[in-house]
Design a protein around this ligand. Structure first.
Ligand code: FES
Length: 197
């Protein structure tokens, strides 16, 4: 089962964005267009940056996009989520994100360009499963001191809402933040940043 299929099973809204800057589209709209490309064009598009319209992502909501065959989560974090991130530091292996799992502009308290918008590759850094979102109020399942974040059911890794891994998890590092940039307040490009990465 692919990462995306796993993600799809988790009640999240799976949105597959097509190739480059030019717009996100649903799977149905994207597939015939993609299939009509030559193999070399498909290969290029599969590795290309994607444009993501984040205007419809509600506070607290997570949407999943596909970039280079991987699920990329975009989360509009609430103030409560940001506060939970601040409180998570003592529980984490790498609270300051010293391992290079993010671009330099995301090596900060919230691992993002803007605190309320998180962009992260939703693939566990242990063996590649896709973690599940666990809300702050999922304490019955996650424990009384759970502050919200992500749980990887494969071997039990936990991450906070900035994708930082909990101490004692089998995952060795924080989740990967891909290169990205803003074209406007509500439009992101994932897979490319201002240096043209
Ligand atoms: S793959 Fe996530 S804990 Fe092993």
């Amino acid at each position: 089962m692919s990462d995306n299929q796993k993600v799809d099973k988790t009640r999240r809204n799976l949105v597959v964005a097509t190739s480059v800057v030019g717009g996100a589209a649903s799977v149905g709209a994207a597939a015939p267009f993609f299939a009509s490309m030559l193999p070399s064009e498909r290969a290029k598009a599969a590795g290309a940056p994607i444009e993501v319209d984040i205007s419809a992502i509600a506070p607290g909501e997570l949407k999943v996009y596909e970039w280079r065959g991987k699920p990329v989560w975009v989360i509009r974090r609430t103030d409560a989520m940001l506060e939970a991130i601040r409180k998570s530091d003592p529980k984490l292996s790498d609270p300051k994100s010293e391992v290079l799992q993010q671009p330099a502009y995301a090596q900060n308290e919230f691992r993002s360009i803007k605190p309320h918008v998180m962009v992260v590759v939703g693939v566990c850094t242990h063996l590649g499963c896709s973690p599940q979102e666990k809300r702050i109020d999922d304490k019955a399942e996650m424990g009384a001191d759970w502050l919200g974040g992500f749980y990887c059911p494969c071997h039990g890794s936990k991450f906070d809402f900035a994708g930082r891994v909990y101490k004692g998890s089998p995952a060795p590092t924080n989740l990967v933040v891909p290169p990205y940039k803003y074209l406007s307040d509500n439009t992101l490009v994932v897979g490319e940043d201002k240096k043209g990465a």
